[in-house]
Design a protein around this ligand. Structure first.
Ligand code: SF4
Length: 445
């Protein structure tokens, strides 16, 4: 851009003010929702109600459907069998939504304050400002985000105690130091939105700083192959885990896999290789960069994969020694609770956090300079549209709203901890093929 510095500052300030006013107005319903906003999974109401929660830290009371979408399947046709109102726990009841991340007898004990952490989105796929927003919110909630495959931009190092280092096939941003930084190291074997395809960062987004962290050259597209060519067996995987444990004996190990039909076998193999966390990534996640053909046609939805793995691990008598985290299509606090009732211990968010920062699900993440709202971009000017303090407050507010809703769901089920909900499929009911959202049962009692 051929403008002087002060003009650029004014342009950025004007855009920030307009964007913030727009998010606020949309959340308040001051304008009708645009016809093209959302789809059947991420509906206009879910997007706008996420804006609302990011503004106010609580679910909206203006009639927006903030619990489910209209896909006609999965989470959208499940609801809770809440108790009659007279049996609900009192609002002031102590309800524990914390989650221990190491259930093995040995190793460091880590507990997060809510059963949620932030999934891997790399520097390059998103801006440093968005990464900072996410990790500042994670620190406030005593939880984590993952680096994704791209390393630590310098501003993130001071938050390393709340950051998971991801090791993926391209090894971008992976070195002895970034493994030693991490309380948790995550092996990404596959990504639910594009299993079998690996990762891909287009050259337009591989700026000087992105390339430096990835030990590449600027403006060259970067591919992470699928799969790890060093891993073809549980024994090979065990060597990977040993490598991390040798470099950083205190680190917990997470294994991120997609959801093929034999995902239960993958999970049990990961456990025996030494994983503390099995991260199942279903097929509906990913930013707008994931190809639709992959998202919609490869691997299982997370709602099928989680009960399959939960049952298998239970039958093997190892379910209580490993944590199962679920991602890929978890959009709301109700989705978090439903996936736990289906058998997960907790959920991992990505898209929801971007929506809290203003994402409209327009699928332009990988094109040209990237996201017009400054989210999935490395463009130095566009990136400034997100200021970390503002972004952290919005994500933190979203977490606050989720924590409130999770406690409320548990209270209406008569449960006092999130652990009591795990695997309680009997507390869910199927709304039928016409079902497309939560019933009014909770209001009726
Ligand atoms: S708003 Fe930005 S982050 Fe969201 S889908 Fe569009 S380009 Fe991607």
């Amino acid at each position: 851009m051929n403008t002087d510095k002060s003009t650029q500052v004014k342009i950025v300030e004007k855009h920030i003010a307009n964007l913030h006013a727009g998010y606020h107005g949309r959340a308040e319903g001051l304008f009708p929702a645009p016809d093209a906003l959302g789809d059947f999974r991420w509906t206009d109401d879910l997007i706008l109600s996420t804006y609302y929660q990011a503004e106010y830290g609580r679910p909206p009371e203006n009639g927006m459907e903030y619990r489910t979408g209209r896909s006609g399947g999965g989470f959208d046709v499940l609801d809770f069998k809440f108790l009659p109102k007279v049996d609900w726990l009192p609002t002031e009841a102590e309800i524990d939504i914390s989650l221990p991340l190491n259930k093995r007898g040995e190793g460091r004990k880590i507990t997060i304050d809510l059963p949620i952490y932030g999934g891997g989105m790399s520097y390059g796929s998103i801006s440093e400002q968005v990464m900072l927003s996410r990790v500042m919110a994670a620190k406030k909630w005593n939880t984590y985000i993952s680096t994704g495959e791209g390393g630590y931009p310098s501003g993130l190092v001071e938050y390393k105690d709340n950051i998971i280092t991801q090791v993926a096939t391209g090894m971008f941003g992976v070195n002895e130091q970034t493994i030693k930084y991490a309380p948790i190291v995550e092996f990404k074997y596959a990504q639910g939105a594009k299993p079998g395809l690996g990762g891909h960062l287009l050259g337009d987004k591989a700026t000087d700083t992105v390339a430096e962290l990835r030990e590449s050259v600027p403006w060259v597209s970067l591919f992470s192959p699928f799969p790890f060519h060093s891993v073809y067996s549980v024994e090979d995987h065990r060597k990977h885990v040993d490598w991390i444990k040798t470099t950083n004996p205190n680190a917990l190990v997470s294994v991120k896999v997609s959801t093929p039909t034999d995902v239960d076998m993958v999970a049990v193999g990961s456990y025996y290789a030494g994983a503390n966390i099995i991260h199942l990534d279903g097929s509906y996640g990913g930013t707008g960069a994931a190809p639709e053909i992959a998202k919609k046609n490869i691997a299982m939805p997370i709602e099928f994969a989680v009960p399959k793995v939960h049952n298998y691990l239970s039958n093997e008598n190892i379910r209580d020694e490993v944590v199962v985290m679920a991602s890929g299509g978890v959009r709301t606090a109700y989705d978090v609770a439903k996936i736990i009732a289906l058998g997960a211990d907790g959920a991992i968010l990505g898209t929801g956090e971007l929506v809290a920062l203003g994402c409209t699900r327009c699928s332009n993440c990988e094109r040209g300079r990237g996201c017009p709202f400054g989210l999935t971009t490395t463009d130095p000017l566009l990136s400034q549209f997100v200021t970390p303090d503002w972004g952290a407050q919005r994500i933190s507010n979203l977490y606050g709203s989720y924590a409130y809703q999770l406690r409320d769901i548990l209270r209406k089920l008569g449960l006092t901890s999130i652990g009591q909900l795990r695997g309680r499929k009997d507390l869910l009911r199927y709304l039928g093929s016409e079902g497309n959202g939560s019933s009014e049962q909770d209001e009726q009692g």
